[in-house]
Design a protein around this ligand. Structure first.
Ligand SMILES: [Zn+2]
Length: 266
């Protein structure tokens, strides 16, 4: 960090829990953010302003007029622009000292696996179950911590999965794959604008605290918010011993380990 960085991040560095060490960890870290919509907007802006040194943002959608009510990273003149590209522009305007990679596409399983293998933390800011489960699977296999948020109508929820820990539960332990589950999308159901701001900002907070080891992350705890009354509910959960994703990740990791040992011996 040069003098300019020390000034830019001085209000973090002043915190006892932070100091220059934690700030340097953030600057040296890579975060993948899947989705640059309502949750991704505040999450990306806080990660950029806080000095997350390398951020990859992926979103295949274009900014639409109906997004501007809550997706505060996108400006009126970004309508029609890809969301990842629009977000990249806004983040570099906030902090030109970081690296931002924009992926203007919906990532398939192979792309997710490859990208997550290079990330230190992943934020799931997507809006559909297929993506949520695919991101979860790749994070579990690659043992990369995942911060998961969701918001619809006036209901929000957030939790973290720290796959660096051996007995971490996963998203699938909490929410099984339901191929015929009704997808509740903002397009049909509506969503309270500041709710996505609350949950998205909390996702950035979780990611930063997981990376820098500050305080106690939301691992094994699901927080649920009813924004009509601002009532929070906290539910504890553990790994489901019958979870297929957890057992596959464990076997996959063991197989990789064996293969690497085999190569080392060869
Ligand atoms: Zn699981």
């Amino acid at each position: 960090m040069d003098d300019h960085d020390l000034l830019r991040y001085s209000r973090h560095i002043l915190l006892n829990e932070f100091g220059t060490e934690a700030q340097q960890i953030l600057l040296d870290s890579h975060a993948l953010v899947v989705g640059a919509g309502g949750l991704g907007a505040p999450a990306l802006m806080y990660l950029a302003s806080a000095g997350l040194g390398h951020i990859t943002v992926a979103d295949g959608d274009l900014v639409d007029l109906t997004n501007l009510q809550r997706q505060i990273i996108h400006r009126n003149d970004a309508v029609g622009v890809n969301k990842a590209v629009s977000a990249q522009r806004a983040m570099l305007a906030i902090n030109p000292g970081i690296r931002v990679d924009a992926m203007p596409e919906r990532l398939d399983a192979a792309a997710l696996d490859r990208l997550i293998g290079t990330a230190d933390v992943v934020l799931d800011c997507s809006d559909n179950f297929v993506t949520r489960h695919a991101v979860n699977r790749a994070c579990a296999v690659r043992r990369v911590p995942l911060v998961s948020g969701a918001a619809i109508r006036f209901d929000g929820q957030i939790t973290s999965f720290d796959f660096r820990l051996p007995d971490s539960p996963c998203y699938h332990c909490l929410f099984q794959d339901q191929p015929d589950a009704e997808e509740e999308r903002c397009a049909i159901m509506g969503v309270f604008a500041p709710l996505v701001g609350i949950i998205g900002a909390m996702q950035a907070s979780e990611a930063i605290r997981l990376l820098a080891g500050i305080g106690t992350p939301l691992t094994g705890r699901l927080l649920m918010l009813d924004a009509r009354t601002m009532a929070w509910e906290s539910v504890r959960f553990k790994r489901d011993p019958a979870c297929t994703v957890c057992s596959a990740a464990k076997n996959g990791a063991a197989a990789t380990h064996l293969k690497e040992r085999h190569h080392a011996n060869a």
